[in-house]
Design a protein around this ligand. Structure first.
Ligand code: ZN
Length: 114
């Protein structure tokens, strides 16, 4: 996995000019400097993408895209671990109702000492 790196102001401006100051998700909404701009990895780092962001998106569009990316990254990790035979920690079993081990319950419901 690549190490995350950040864009310089010049690179940010170059990306915005390249996108014609529009959101890269395809919604076509303009990006103004007053908007909350998110710098986006078109191919996520977790799936082998570049270390630096390569697109600009509006906050809400990026939130939706990232939600889908997280799922795909988690699935890729699960598939990789299964392929490599790495067993992840299993969940603890659900504990049963507390019942003293020195007592025994008969079929008719009567509780007797062992
Ligand atoms: Zn958008």
């Amino acid at each position: 996995m690549n190490k995350r790196q950040y864009l310089t102001p010049t690179e940010k401006l170059a990306i915005l000019v390249k996108q014609d100051w529009r959101c890269s998700c395809g919604c076509g909404r303009p990006i103004w400097p007053v908007h909350r701009i998110e710098w986006e990895h078109t191919l996520p780092i977790g799936l082998g993408g570049p270390s630096k962001p390569d697109a600009a998106m509006l906050y809400l569009c990026h939130k939706i895209k990232t939600k889908g990316d997280k799922r795909r990254i988690a699935k890729a990790k699960r598939m990789r671990n299964k392929f490599l035979g790495i067993v992840t920690r299993k969940k603890k079993p659900i504990p049963s109702r507390p019942f003293s081990t020195c007592l025994r319950k008969k079929m008719n419901g009567e509780v007797v000492a062992r």
